[in-house]
Design a protein around this ligand. Structure first.
Ligand code: G3P
Ligand code: MG
Length: 240
């Protein structure tokens, strides 16, 4: 179980364009030991690390990630929106990011963010890449999702794997989902976190992670409530 840990949310996304190798490298250099990133499928079936369904916000391109093959996505500018100094950053494939994880020895939270009707395909493709890069396994790769179908596919494929149940709003059936999926961790939107909710989760002996926390005072307060880790755009959150 982690203890008062800061997880680099989409990499060091306050300092470099989110979900790029530049943001992951920056997080590593700042001392992060856990990275979080989002995975969806390109049109060719390659898992790519990207947050939005639409390309517009971070690349300025029209259309959806799933409309283009990875060789095309890889040509898109993914850094200039963040800063002119970040121009040249690209959308990485999951395989590229996992090689970075392997080289650095970092731990990772792979968030499966399937496009509509792609839960099974996204999980299958992501797990195939994980198996390729880590044929002997990796002790600290955690898979999370807001998508319950994705979590069910993950649990079926990885009976002993580390799963994280993500909740943006309180799900009415969250306790039965915990029983069914046996997640290692529960990841809450900070806006639904309360001391009582934290206590309830800790009594279930689950890790409690909270997103997205970008000020130190809030992080310290949540840790005092029992939160084990916070996702932050600032890997240096606790020393700022
Ligand atoms: O996994 C925590 C956080 O990343 C979930 O929200 O939208 O940033 O992927 P989002
Ligand atoms: Mg995410």
């Amino acid at each position: 179980m982690l203890n008062r840990t800061v997880i680099a949310h989409r990499g060091a996304s306050a300092y470099a364009p989110e979900n790029t190798l530049e943001a992951f490298t920056q997080a590593y250099l700042m001392g992060a030991r856990w990275l979080e990133f989002d995975v969806m499928l390109a049109a060719c079936g390659t898992p790519v690390v990207f947050h939005d369904d639409l390309l517009a916000r971070t690349t300025g391109q029209l259309g959806c990630v799933g409309d283009f093959s990875y060789p095309v996505l890889a040509t898109y500018e993914a850094g200039a929106w963040f800063s002119p100094f970040a121009a040249g950053a690209r959308i990485p494939s999951l395989e590229m990011v996992l090689h970075f994880i392997k080289e650095t020895g970092l731990s990772a939270n792979i968030e499966i963010k399937p496009l509509p009707l792609q839960a099974a395909a996204t999980v299958k493709a992501a797990l195939a890449v994980v198996q390729k890069v880590f044929p002997k396994g990796h002790d600290t790769l955690l898979f999370s999702s807001f998508c319950m179908a994705s979590l069910r596919h993950l649990r079926a494929a990885l009976p002993q794997g580390l799963l994280g149940l993500l909740m943006h709003d309180v799900l009415p059936d969250w306790e039965s989902l915990v029983s069914e999926l046996n997640p290692w961790t529960i990841h809450l939107n900070k806006d639904i976190l309360t001391p009582d909710f934290a206590l309830q989760i800790k009594r279930m002996k689950k890790g409690l992670w909270c997103y997205t926390v970008n000020d130190r005072a809030s992080a310290e307060r949540y840790f005092d409530w029992g939160v084990d880790a916070v996702f932050s755009d600032y890997p240096d959150l606790l020393s700022r």
